[in-house]
Design a protein around this ligand. Structure first.
Ligand code: NG1
Ligand code: MG
Length: 499
């Protein structure tokens, strides 16, 4: 647990070899030269991630436990002094070349979130950097070539890998001496410009992960990460259902709606506890400051130094049972009333920048998922820590049980699974996976399985036979290997120079 985390971007510069993927990087450099008629000055890399446990709780302020994967976004970059124009090209011809530049004295970058446009993700990183450094710099023009290997819409965080690598490219090109913390915070805020009201797990995992370690990420009171050693017997397999979950199209009914259901649930609870004279008095926060369950919990227990977080979560669950309506869900009007707000304020604050479509808001079910899932993250991390001191035979069974419980809660209370995710998880459990759960936002995308190394080949074969070969009989072998693969904890963002 005590691996030092270096919070300087200088620490991720490397002039060493370009790793196992030398061939890929060489192709990137050669293509860059052909495209731009010059050599790149540096290459940045930021990986996707698989979330082991802690789903849909980052935006409620609770800690999560992802790890970086080998799939990543790399960008070769050269700066230009003759123009402030940025030109971005992709190795994949599906994504056409784009150019843009900032406008006016205020250095404005416009992102049209109403279209699904690949260069928007680059612009997010660029705009994020500009917003924090525009007083200090005149941004340089850039020639950029992108190569991404994280499947889009798979729940493996292709978007954050792209935004983080873009922000890193822009920061490096303009020699801004920022820290990893700053890079991550820029990328979190910046990614919301594409219209998804996302939490911060993916960007933190993409920037801070260290090879061979999973990453504990906390968000309250501020972003904090710590490497977590996984049991040596644990092996992980990722299986993409090939049902793509595109947040751009489905966000208003799925992701953005869940953000509203959890934020409004927290406000309803806070209103009942602190602002109706019914609960503890002496609260120091305003209602607007209490719109995540973690903030409500911290406020509720602020004078209590003895109850540990897991017991606090258990008590929160009974408060939720007491104060949130269980059965039919809330209409917009009910929800506003219960939170002591007028309807227009709910719409302005939570449903305008990120559009939402719903008739019913299921605050109670979503709260039960969030609070039990937050407790499972503590339990998972505790088991990993104990294991380092005192190895136990049943460690993988216990971790697997938590992953299975997480999946069930995502499926029933959070309603973010789908038949294909449930199916691959069932097949996996019947074939030696001790734990199987959806990973990332859900509604499609990938699942992650926990097993032992000797069982990896037969587990993969079983899912190929019983899922892919039946549902996608025409897949070529390389497409199959791209859909289901073993993974291990990889390192986070890197800058390569001197190649
Ligand atoms: P995916 O779907 O993997 O991009 C999203 C959010 C996370 C988190 C998970 C659910 C973005 C960028 N990321 O991940 O912050 O909330 O869903 O746990 O939207
Ligand atoms: Mg994403």
């Amino acid at each position: 647990m005590s691996v030092p985390t270096v919070d300087s971007l200088d620490a991720i510069y490397t002039s060493a070899s370009l790793g196992k993927q030398g061939e890929r990087y060489n192709k990137l450099i050669e293509t860059f030269k052909r495209t731009y008629d010059r050599s790149p000055e540096f290459i940045v890399r930021s990986p996707g991630r698989v979330n082991l446990i802690g789903e849909h709780i980052d935006y409620s302020g609770y800690g999560v436990l992802p790890m970086a994967i080998e799939r990543d976004v790399v960008q070769a970059v050269a700066t230009r002094s003759d123009t402030t124009q940025v030109s971005i090209t992709n190795i994949n011809a599906k994504y056409p070349q784009r150019t843009f530049e900032y406008e006016g004295e205020d250095k404005v970058v416009t992102i049209d979130a109403s279209t699904l446009e690949w260069s928007n993700y680059f612009k997010c990183g660029y705009k994020g950097m500009l917003e924090c450094a525009k007083e200090k710099v005149t941004p340089k023009g850039m020639d950029v070539l992108v190569d991404g290997t994280v499947p889009a819409g798979s729940g493996l965080s292709s978007s954050a890998a792209f935004v983080c690598s873009s922000a890193l490219a822009v920061i490096t090109a303009n020699k801004l001496g920022l820290s990893k913390q700053e890079l991550t915070e820029i990328a979190i805020v910046a990614e919301r410009n594409v219209g998804v009201n996302s939490g911060g797990m993916d960007q933190a995992a993409s920037v801070f992960s260290q090879k061979n370690y999973a990453l504990r990420v906390e968000f309250v009171p501020k972003l904090k990460t710590a490497p977590v050693q996984l049991p040596s017997a644990a092996s992980f397999v990722i299986a993409h259902t090939l049902v793509t979950a595109d947040k751009f199209t489905s966000g208003p009914k799925h992701y953005n709606l869940r953000v509203v259901e959890t934020k409004m649930g927290a406000r309803v609870l806070a209103h009942a506890l602190f602002f109706k004279g019914d609960g503890r008095q002496g609260n120091t926060k305003t209602p607007d400051e209490l719109d995540t369950y973690k903030l409500v919990m911290d406020e509720y227990f602020k004078d209590d130094t003895t109850t540990n977080p897991q017991d606090q979560l258990t008590e929160m669950l009974s408060l939720v049972d007491r104060y949130l309506t269980k059965t039919s869900g809330y209409t917009l009007q009910d929800m506003a009333d219960a939170a002591g707000m007028v309807e227009t304020k709910v719409v302005d604050t939570y449903m305008t920048r990120f559009p939402v479509q719903a008739d019913v808001f299921r605050l109670h079910q979503r709260a039960v998922h969030v609070l039990t899932e937050a407790r499972r993250v503590y339990q998972f991390a505790d088991i990993c820590e104990e294991e380092q001191k005192n190895s136990k035979a049943d460690v993988l069974v216990r971790l697997g049980d938590l992953m299975n419980a997480s999946h069930a809660s995502c499926d029933t209370d959070f309603d973010c699974s789908c038949p294909e995710l449930n199916q691959v998880c069932t097949i996996a459990r019947e074939n030696g996976a001790l734990g199987a759960r959806l990973t990332g936002a859900g509604w499609g995308g990938a699942a992650v399985f926990l097993t032992t190394s000797d069982n990896v080949p037969s587990l993969i074969q079983a899912v190929k036979d019983q899922y892919y070969n039946k549902k996608f009989p025409d897949l070529a072998n390389d497409q199959l290997d791209d859909a289901i693969f073993p993974t291990e904890p990889c390192s986070g963002a890197t800058i390569f120079t001197g190649f």
